[in-house]
Design a protein around this ligand. Structure first.
Ligand code: MCN
Length: 796
């Protein structure tokens, strides 16, 4: 059957357009728009004493210069704190342009608008800002000492402090359980800062229409509906007068969820004020120093366990580097601390984190959002336990797994959405069995010994994770069948390369029984769908996927009702196949869906001759009966929303075989295997693509990528010349197997997949290097020179 496309490896429909230069990215638009450029702070911490723009005013082609003083009320206010939390006692956000203090290198201070970007940059270079230098606070532990403050009114630089405790079933606290356990271990782990590096940076382009006082804004965003609301509120415009469109977006990976970015308020405001089109497209250096980073944690772990490796108590203390501001609240450390437990049943758990301000770029979620750090902590713990007891590392994990019969499983914690953290389904023992088979776990010792005999050092490692996906509160879908038989699907969330045009079309084709080629999909355009949350937290498939399916079911039911009347049949006897409604068992009695669409419209405008013949109407509405049936709306279209009771938990396990060079300490990944469970797969090929991309980012985080700040708060590697990322040559072939444990929480039984690939990679690589070297790996990333130093330290 051609229309049962759910679960098929359908080729991505958007790719031909995107890889042949037909994409419409932000900077492809508004070619004649004025350009904005920003003067950004060169200091990590300073008072602004004076801003002298006089030299810039003479630049030919300059249109306007704005400082904080020039901004009107609301526009000049600090940017919103998007997710408040009671533990975030000292949340702080930036002004769109610095008011009197700058708190990190790259903070915007002045906006310049000019005829083109060259002129804007030249004018910006002539603006002199008189700074009074203040001692910057760099490094999470230095900041935690609280000697120098990032925000004068935040004592100890502590923005938030949270303790969560889950006692053992017998009522023992984690600390008691650790002390009472037959074995205890304590250690420290470090996870360095990194950041999402989408090919396309942020960007915004605004057009003000003075005639009907409306604003159209294009933004390279993950959340067009929220950007729209923020702009309307800041600029004092009625919501219907603002439209926000995410054109093709060249990657986001979390950084484009933050809304509004200063530029997303300032550029539309300038467009409105000047009555001109204004555009700003971020350059790479701006992306490094003015957007957002993540990861960056120090963890102290105490664990107590028995002779079989069962974890009886786990006590984790986390210092989380939050950078200078907290626009996204404390979502990242909350995710780390609540999803750290992974697929394991732990006796008793205590986690405490402090979120610390530093004079560095702010921290907001980056793909995986706090989970890579949490998984690193848990999986390093599992490996330590195995090493201490002399047990197989996979066996220790298996001893702690939640079993398939234990779902729904309540971890006793509160998820980031404020609801209880309850795993809905999974089969962790089966995942591990599949992984061991895929990588050849049991045969590895022989392979390692054989390699060693030839002077080669090999190591194998593994890591397990769960991921709460499909977070609420809701997402919607609209589906319309037009009288040409085409199906138009829209949803409010945006796409950044995940393949939504394909998967949402697969869902609609399957639900409606139409060919894929007749379905078109629009995302991230508030003109088409105004209510949405956005694309993040691996939620699009679960949220919009289900909403679109529900909307399609409404449309299908309506189509069957209309067709039943026309065919004088019972709707229950009808089916839709290949875009045709038929009486089951009587193929003669049928109506194309296009005709049903014509019949659904009171005007009965027939798009083509065939439809006109079939409906016996050529344009005039029949007057002898009500054009719209009671309780029906005109048109073959439907809208529905999906709102989950709680998140659904995807899971997975990865394993790698690495080789370390005995002389140079070079680290090579020889094999990488993934077993992944995201419930029912809509498109296995797209899920594999997502996993491959995630693993590639994880390899970057494990071996190459880090933000190198000096003691003055200068980011030393803020370019692609200096920020090391893996090329295709460093990313191994990724062997993937799927396990499908459907989610009982949503109609399609799906779980998210978009972040999974990145989550355990650092833990896996650390585990494998440790196995190859017989050394403890306590920090990520690890470079050959660092491994070399570890070897030297170990051999004295
Ligand atoms: N999918 C599927 N079957 C499932 C689950 C998912 O076929 N059971 C498909 C989906 O339909 C979708 C893709 O896999 O096409 C990812 O789905 P989902 O897990 O819902 O994730 P989102 O679509 O919400 O994407 C967000 C997620 C996140 S949070 C980050 S960060 C990330 C990621 O996606 N950023 C990306 N993948 C990215 N991929 C690209 N190319 N660019 C980014 O910026």
């Amino acid at each position: 059957m051609t229309t049962r496309l759910f679960g098929e490896r359908v080729q991505r429909r958007e790719d031909l357009r995107l890889i042949t230069g037909q994409g419409r990215y932000l900077d492809d638009l508004g070619r004649d728009a004025l350009a904005a450029a920003f003067v950004r702070s060169p200091h990590a911490h300073a008072l602004i004493r004076d801003i002298d723009v006089s030299a810039a005013l003479d630049v030919d082609g300059l249109v306007a210069i704005y400082t904080w003083e020039d901004l009107p009320e609301r526009v000049r206010d600090p940017l919103p704190l998007l997710i408040p939390h009671p533990a975030l006692t000292h949340g702080r956000t930036a002004y769109p342009l610095a008011r009197d203090v700058v708190r990190h290198v790259g903070e915007p201070v002045v906006m310049v608008v000019a005829r083109d970007r060259y002129i804007a940059e030249d004018a910006a270079a002539l603006i002199e800002v008189d700074y009074e230098f203040r001692k910057p606070v760099v490094g999470i532990e230095e900041a935690a000492h609280g000697v120098h403050l990032v925000h004068e009114d935040v004592p100890g630089n502590v923005g938030a402090h949270l303790v969560q405790e889950v006692p053992s079933p017998a009522g023992q606290s984690a600390r008691e359980a650790v002390e009472a356990a037959p074995h205890t271990l304590s250690f420290r782990l470090d996870f360095e800062r990194s950041a999402s590096m989408p090919l396309e940076g942020r960007g915004v382009y605004a057009r003000w229409d003075a005639d009907d006082r409306s604003l159209r804004v294009y933004s390279s965003t993950q959340t067009s509906t929220s950007v729209r609301m923020a702009i309307a509120a800041k600029l004092g415009l009625p919501l219907p007068s603002v439209e926000v469109i995410a054109p093709d977006v060249g990657g986001g990976f979390g950084v484009k969820i933050v809304h509004p970015w200063p530029e997303e308020v300032l550029v539309p405001w300038a467009a409105m004020l000047l009555g001109r089109e204004v555009k700003w497209a971020e350059d790479r250096r701006e992306h490094f120093i003015s957007s957002a980073h993540e990861r960056g944690q120090v963890q102290h772990v105490r664990v107590g366990f028995d002779d079989e490796g069962h974890v009886l108590g786990l006590d984790v203390t986390i210092l989380h580097d939050h950078g200078a501001y907290t626009p996204y609240g404390i979502i990242v450390p909350i995710i780390t601390s609540t999803q750290l437990l992974g697929p394991y049943r732990i006796g008793a758990y205590r986690v405490e984190f402090s979120s610390i301000y530093t004079n560095t770029v702010q921290v907001t979620p980056y793909r995986g959002a706090g989970r890579p750090q949490g998984v690193f902590c848990m999986e390093r713990t599992m490996d330590r336990i195995a090493a201490h007891l002399g047990l197989d590392r996979a066996a220790v994990r298996a001893a702690n797994f939640i079993q398939p019969g234990e779902f729904p499983y309540d971890q006793g914690l509160i998820f980031q959405d404020g609801r209880p953290l309850i795993y809905d389904s999974g089969d962790y023992p089966e995942s591990l069995r599949m992984l061991k088979e895929l990588i050849g776990w049991d045969g590895f010792p022989a392979m390692k010994a054989e390699a060693a005999a030839r002077g080669r050092r090999l190591g194998i490692g593994l890591g397990c994770y769960v991921e709460g996906t499909g977070v609420g509160p809701y997402e919607g879908g609209h589906v319309q069948v037009t009288s040409d038989g085409r199906v138009h699907v829209s949803t409010g969330l945006t796409s950044q390369g995940q393949g939504h045009e394909t998967v949402f079309a697969q869902i609609a084709a399957t639900e409606l029984g139409v060919p894929l080629s007749s379905v078109s999909v629009v995302t991230g355009d508030t003109r088409r769908f105004g209510y949405a949350v956005g694309t993040f937290a691996s939620r699009a498939a679960v949220m919009s996927g289900n909403a679109i399916a529900l909307a399609c079911r409404k449309v299908r039911d309506k189509a069957l009702r209309i067709a039943a009347e026309a065919l004088e049949a019972d709707p229950r006897d009808l089916e839709i196949e290949d875009g045709v409604v038929r009486v089951v068992g009587n193929p003669e009695a049928s109506l194309p869906l296009a005709t049903v669409a014509v019949l659904s419209n009171p005007l009965r405008y027939a798009f083509d001759e065939e439809a006109a013949r079939a409906t016996q109407f050529s344009g005039a509405a029949p007057m002898d009966r009500p054009p719209v049936q009671e309780g029906e709306e005109p048109g073959l279209e439907g809208r529905d929303y999906y709102s989950p009771v709680r998140s659904t938990f995807a899971s997975g396990m990865h394993a790698a075989i690495v080789e370390t060079d005995p002389d140079t300490a070079e680290i090579r990944i020889l094999r990488y295997a993934v077993v992944h469970d995201c419930g029912r797969l809509i498109n296995p090929m797209i899920v594999e693509g997502q996993i491959h991309g995630g693993v590639a980012q994880g390899v970057g985080g494990a071996l190459y990528e880090r933000m190198v700040y000096d003691g003055h708060g200068q980011l030393l590697n803020a370019s692609f010349m200096d920020f090391l990322m893996p090329y295709a040559t460093e990313v191994p072939a990724i062997e993937t197997a799927h396990l499908e444990t459907p989610s009982p929480l949503n109609p399609l039984g799906i779980k998210g997949a978009g972040e999974a690939g990145v989550i355990p990679v650092s833990a896996v690589i650390a585990s494998a290097i440790e196995d190859a070297e017989g050394l403890s790996i306590d920090r990520m990333p690890i470079s050959p020179s660092e491994l070399y130093e570890l070897r030297r330290a170990a051999t004295g």
